[in-house]
Design a binder for this molecule. Structure first.
Ligand code: ADP
Ligand code: ADP
Ligand code: MG
Length: 644
């Protein structure tokens, strides 16, 4: 067995893998890009090797440099985490050719599951139910259209090389097929360099239920199911185990099908068999179909660990070291219920745009398992996935676990960047979700309510104002008070677009009265802290002119210097990049007339595309970017002269 492990990844998964490796007495080697020199996974490792530039293609995707780093540092094995090289068969081949152990499946197992069409054919042959549709090699558009008709609308067009929800198109009516096919193929070509597609019947009220499997190359067991139906644009948001409403019969049927899938390809290590389930008429033993197999440890593996009481990374390392399966199927059982929520730096009101920024403060409450790869002070950079953490909870029942999730989200503190925390909180408190009524359309149906901004009260403005004036701390009180000489002072605060003059009148230590837009708030300091009109304050974090009040999942206020106020008006007719990203396409040229709502350009960051449209009618004065350009958030892209 190896005694040193190289982890070929970054962020939370690199930290997660090292935690277990360390507990098993292994020495850990990290690799990192120049952008990650100060990252948590580097600090955690015994040894760390810089493997190149910030872009994944210059570092985390450079298999040869990673293998060289392993050889240099005496590592005997490489754990790929998820993403990056984890499902790359050539990498596995090269790792093994270098005499190292790849912690994961064989090259051939990854290849067998690499393309969705071939994987589905293989699974159908092995007796696993697959989604009805066309998965053949004839890519003639006319032929595909005939096949779509046979499957019956609505259908889903999927890139065979697809992943991460990309390259998929839902087609509701036959007359839209040709157009949708063209667009799906173009997207697949751009993202995967392979424009082959398959056609699938679109399952109504779909639920995504997947089965965790684990094999030793011959035999496999399953560790029950996870329900990942809470998705936004085909990307998972909250996952849970077990699946609500699951029956013993269906669980046994799905588990057996997943084990059959794994054993059909001699699967070794941790893998996930994803099924789509028809949730329209309750869960039935004949109502699930294979979608794809992910030949790696999955992002949401912790919920399985929580209900099964196992450490999947420990199993991976033991099997990679030559041990047989740690236990048999009969040794596994489900204990209680677990949820995971994915916390991202993301601007939800702006349409879930990935965000960047320095995490001025990051803190998680007791009672949640927070899987993270960043700490207070770390930066969410534009180069990688903007995930901040995964919050994992466990409880004896679904209701208890869900309550713990809601409480954990409410008590999580993030200052310095926008997050999807409020959105996750709204989901955790969603009534239908609480009743276990999940399907992949839930988020889209209730989006408006789920993204509604938390209410900001006069008390929150008052707490922010006292924080801005440094009056919340007992010592700050005396200093701030005596320095002014006067007992009242006005501070201008902004919360998003909302800007208010807040007047603070101090009448003694621990006693202040605040006027917010004509509304008085009595602020008092008692033994257990400040109250605002009798309501306990949420607590604050102050950095520079930014004040975060920890209420409503973190409310950000900025102290406005009145002298700076005019400067902002200047931006004028320029359309700015709302996020850092790559310009996918530009749709206008100088001199062109546009109407409000016309498409100007398309930006891409992480896994999402964002279309920028004209805010007003006008004429294009300047186009400042070209296709392929990398831009920072706030960079001007197109300038319009507004029509009279
Ligand atoms: P999983 O199925 O393991 O939950 P997903 O389906 O969400 O993972 O994503 C598929 C792959 O894409 C994973 O290997 C993951 O590393 C990667 N990934 C997930 N989210 C992002 C993101 N925001 N940006 C880039 N890659 C991502
Ligand atoms: P990816 O490789 O991008 O993860 P998947 O094939 O796993 O692609 O599909 C991603 C998501 O799309 C699923 O989790 C599910 O929400 C939805 N989906 C996929 N196939 C179907 C289908 N046939 N009917 C309805 N929804 C589907
Ligand atoms: Mg999938």
């Amino acid at each position: 067995m190896f005694d040193t492990l190289l982890v070929a990844n970054r962020g939370e998964i690199a930290c997660r893998v090292m935690r277990t490796a360390r507990a098993m007495g292994l020495r850990c080697v990290a690799v990192y890009s120049e952008a990650d020199a100060g990252a948590m996974h580097v600090a955690m490792a015994d040894t760390a090797v810089c493997i190149g530039g910030a872009a994944p293609a210059d570092s985390y995707l450079c298999g040869d440099r990673i293998i060289a780093a392993a050889l240099e540092t005496g590592a005997g094995a490489i754990h790929p985490g998820y993403g990056f090289l984890s499902e790359n068969p050539e990498f596995v081949r090269d790792v093994e050719a270098a005499g190292l152990v790849f912690v994961g499946p064989t090259e051939s197992a990854i290849r067998a599951m690499g393309l969705k069409d071939a994987a589905k054919r293989l699974m159908a042959d092995a007796g696993v139910p697959v989604v009805p549709g066309y998965m053949g090699e004839d890519q003639d558009p006319g032929h595909l259209e005939v096949e779509a008709g046979k499957a019956g609308y609505p259908v889903l067009i999927k890139a065979v090389a697809g992943g991460g929800g990309k390259g998929m198109r839902l087609v509701e009516r036959a007359e839209d097929f040709v157009d949708a096919l063209e667009r799906a193929k173009a997207e697949a070509r751009g993202a995967f360099g392979n424009d082959a597609v398959l056609i699938e019947k679109y399952i109504q009220r779909p639920r995504h239920i997947e089965v965790q499997v684990f094999g030793d190359g011959t035999r496999a067991v399953h560790l029950f199911e996870r329900d990942c139906s809470l998705q936004r644009r085909h990307q998972k948001v909250i996952e849970e185990a077990p699946a609500p409403g699951m029956t013993e019969g269906m669980r046994a049927a799905m588990g057996a099908a997943a084990v059959r899938a794994a054993e059909a390809i001699g699967y070794r290590g941790a893998g996930t068999v994803e099924f789509i389930v028809d949730g329209a008429n309750g869960l039935r033993e004949d109502g699930f179909w294979f979608m794809e197999m992910n030949t790696r440890l999955q992002v949401e593996h912790p919920v399985t660990e929580e209900i099964c009481g196992v450490d999947l990374v420990e199993w991976q390392l033991r099997v990679a070291g030559g041990e047989a399966l740690p236990c048999g199927q009969e040794d596994l059982s489900i204990m209680g219920h677990s949820f995971e929520a994915r916390l991202y730096a993301e601007d939800v009101p702006a349409g879930f745009l990935p965000a960047t920024g320095r995490l001025a403060e990051l803190a998680f409450p007791d009672g949640v398992r927070a899987e993270t790869g960043v700490r207070s002070g770390d930066v969410i950079s534009p180069h990688y996935d903007p995930m901040i953490a995964k919050l994992v909870v466990h409880g004896p029942s679904r209701a208890v676990a869900l309550r713990k999730l809601a409480a954990g989200l409410r008590a999580t503190r993030v200052a310095g960047t926008v997050t999807n925390l409020a959105f996750l909180g709204a989901l955790a408190e969603h009534e239908g979700f609480g009743r276990g009524e999940v399907d992949t359309g839930l988020i889209a149906r209730d989006l408006d309510a789920l993204v509604a901004a938390p209410e900001v009260t006069a008390g929150h403005w008052a707490e922010a104002a006292l924080a801005a004036l440094d009056l919340l701390e007992a010592e700050g009180w005396e200093v701030g008070f005596s320095l002014w000489g006067a007992a009242a002072r006005t501070v201008v605060l902004a919360h998003g677009e909302d800007r208010r003059d807040v007047c603070v009148t101090v009448s003694g230590a621990g006693v202040a009265d605040v006027m917010v837009d004509g509304q008085a708030v009595a602020c008092r300091r008692g033994a257990s802290g400040w109250t605002f009109d009798g309501v306990p304050g949420g607590g604050v974090f102050v950095e520079g002119s930014a004040v975060t009040v920890y209420a409503g999942y973190g409310l950000r206020f900025d102290v406005v210097d009145p002298l700076d106020q005019q400067a902002e008006a200047a931006a004028g007719g320029a359309t700015l990049a709302p996020m850092p990203g790559r310009v996918v396409s530009v749709h206008v040229h100088p001199g062109q007339e546009v109407a409000a709502g016309d498409r100007l350009a398309v930006l891409e960051a992480m896994k999402m595309e964002h279309t920028l449209t004209a805010a007003v009618d006008g004429v294009v004065a300047e186009v400042l970017v070209r296709e392929g350009d990398q831009v920072e958030a706030g960079a001007p892209l197109v300038v319009l002269d507004e029509a009279e």
